[in-house]
Design a protein around this ligand. Structure first.
Ligand code: FAD
Length: 482
């Protein structure tokens, strides 16, 4: 069966991978000249990689880890010491570590919290632990029910000290969702915390050993094309053409520079585009459909990635760092963390600027100056002097992962839509890993499974007609979890 997939991010590529595994023929159509979507990267005039975003992998990413294993490239993840490391705003240049010992969960995380005395007092630790009890005891159902509160509201309800919010949760919210804890749904950090407390290596962090399009996307492309699939770049979907019954008839691909548009016919169609891109392309006939109307409740959040090349070494830390700066979120010295970017003499910092709402409209120069002013607090002995910036790159993404404010869970669509031959993939679709690389891979896998199931049902019914049941709940999510 031919399946046309619009979007060559991780969701679209994972969907194609699992479709070829099931004996089908996917055709991935990516708008840009490079694959990867939010993990895309390209080389600049000097041959250095410029990335859309600093990406960290977690031990609690079972579907991503399984995919890497299936592709034979699991050794491309460079695992770091099991720890979370924070800057301390009150002590410029000083780091505070939560070192996680190699003992079973949840004791490993608990011991790491108990041992850290820089950031939390004993009283705060105890209040925080009591506040977390309902999430631990009642599990994911409780966590999902907390989607009506912001994280800050939830912390206040639990009687957790306000400084725990400023010390830890603002940094965690920004790292997970690019928004602050007074804006983020409590479900998001609680979901992450729950996983970290359940899985021994859940909070362990890894970096890819090079640029994602080459080291992660290309092996998926090779796997798919060796098995009969196709992956095309510079192939933007311009229109979704419908049959009289409202099902998809064709994807129309915009022709490049004076070339005619191309109509592509398949047996099933997938949107693996971002939710914002899909909303723009929705056919008129679908706009009143309650399934697609729900998409109005979702939109991508602003984020900015900054890369700075220095003439000297700023740090030897080989890890992700939580800056705890109002302007910045997480950052890493990629000359230490990533094999392909390794440099013993010069640092290349990659930093996520979030929340970025007030910054996406500003000039690159403004952003670089503001970033350096913040870095002067994190590296007071080197910045502004003696370190010199050799080069700076800014990548603005005005619409990235879905904005995870309270109430969004109810708007996240299942991979099966109300249109029998049309499916959705993307980290914004409903799956339990939120807007992450793991969420994207899992969504793609779930979409492939849904297509395969629908085909089987159609064959069983022997009607020759494509049919899919729209689930009333997103319970099928667990089926794909490794
Ligand atoms: C700065 C930043 C840092 C991040 N850090 C992390 C991290 O540390 N860990 C983590 O797990 N996740 C992180 N993420 C999130 C992660 O990158 C995303 O959740 C994931 O990559 C989303 O994949 P996707 O396939 O669902 O969507 P996307 O990557 O958005 O892919 C959608 C694709 O559709 C294409 N498309 C759009 N319109 C069309 C069209 N008309 N025709 C054809 N194609 C089209 C786009 O070009 C794109 O390639 C980060 C994201 C950013 C931006």
């Amino acid at each position: 069966m031919r399946v046309a997939i619009a979007g060559g991010g991780l969701a679209g590529l994972a969907c194609a991978k699992y479709l070829v595994d099931a004996g089908h023929t996917p055709i991935v159509l990516e708008r840009q000249s490079v694959l990867g979507g939010l993990v895309a990267a390209w080389k600049d005039e000097d041959g250095d990689w410029v990335e859309t975003g600093l990406h960290a992998f977690f031990g609690a990413y079972p579907n991503m880890l399984q995919l890497l294993k299936e592709l034979g490239i699991e050794d491309r993840l460079q695992w770091k010491k099991h720890a979370l490391i924070f800057n301390q705003p009150s002590k410029p240049g000083v780091l505070s570590r939560f070192d996680v010992p190699d003992i079973p969960a949840p004791w490993n995380v608990i011991v790491s919290i108990l041992r850290n005395n820089d950031m939390l007092t004993w009283e705060q630790k105890i209040r925080f632990a009591i506040g977390l009890l309902p999430a631990i005891v009642r599990g994911q159902n409780y966590v999902e029910a907390m989607d009506k509160y912001t994280l800050l509201e939830w912390l206040r309800q639990q009687g957790v000290d306000e400084t725990v919010n400023t010390d830890i949760f603002i940094a965690a919210s920004k790292a997970l969702t690019f928004i602050n804890s007074d804006e983020v749904s409590a479900t998001v950090p609680l979901t992450a915390l729950n996983r970290f407390l359940r899985e021994r290596y859940g909070s362990k962090i890894a970096f890819l050993d090079g640029a994602p399009p080459q080291r992660l996307c290309q092996p998926i492309v090779d796997y798919v094309t060796e098995r009969g699939g196709t992956v095309r770049v510079n192939a933007p979907i311009k229109e979704i053409l419908l049959n009289a019954d409202g099902s998809v008839q064709q994807f129309v691909i915009r022709g490049s520079e004076g070339q005619p548009h191309e109509a592509l016919t398949a047996d099933a169609y997938v949107s693996a585009m971002s939710v914002d891109a899909l909303k723009r392309l929705l056919p008129e006939a679908w706009r009143q459909d309650p399934f697609f109307q729900k998409l109005e409740g979702l939109e991508g959040v602003e984020v900015i990635n900054v890369q700075l090349w220095f003439d000297c070494k700023l740090t030897e830390v080989d890890h992700l760092l939580f800056s705890r700066s109002p302007l910045l979120s997480v950052y890493a010295d990629m000359s230490n963390t990533c094999r392909e970017y390794a440099n013993p003499n010069q640092s290349m910092l990659e930093l996520v600027l979030a929340p970025a709402k007030d910054w996406v409209g500003r000039s690159d120069q403004d952003i670089i100056e503001a970033t350096l002013a913040e870095l002067a607090k994190l590296f007071p002995e080197q910045i502004p002097e003696p370190a010199t910036v050799l080069k700076a790159k800014v990548v603005k993404t005005p619409r990235s992962v879905y904005r995870a404010s309270p109430g969004r869970q109810a708007y996240r669509p299942s991979q099966i839509t109300s249109v029998p031959n049309f499916f959705l993939a993307g980290s914004y679709t409903y799956q339990e890993y939120l807007g992450s690389m793991e969420g994207a891979v899992l969504s793609g896998k779930l979409t492939a499974q849904a297509i395969v199931t629908a085909l089987l049902e159609a064959n069983l019914a022997d009607s020759g007609e494509f049919s899919a049941k729209v689930p009333t709940s997103p319970s099928m999510t667990n089926a794909a979890t490794a």
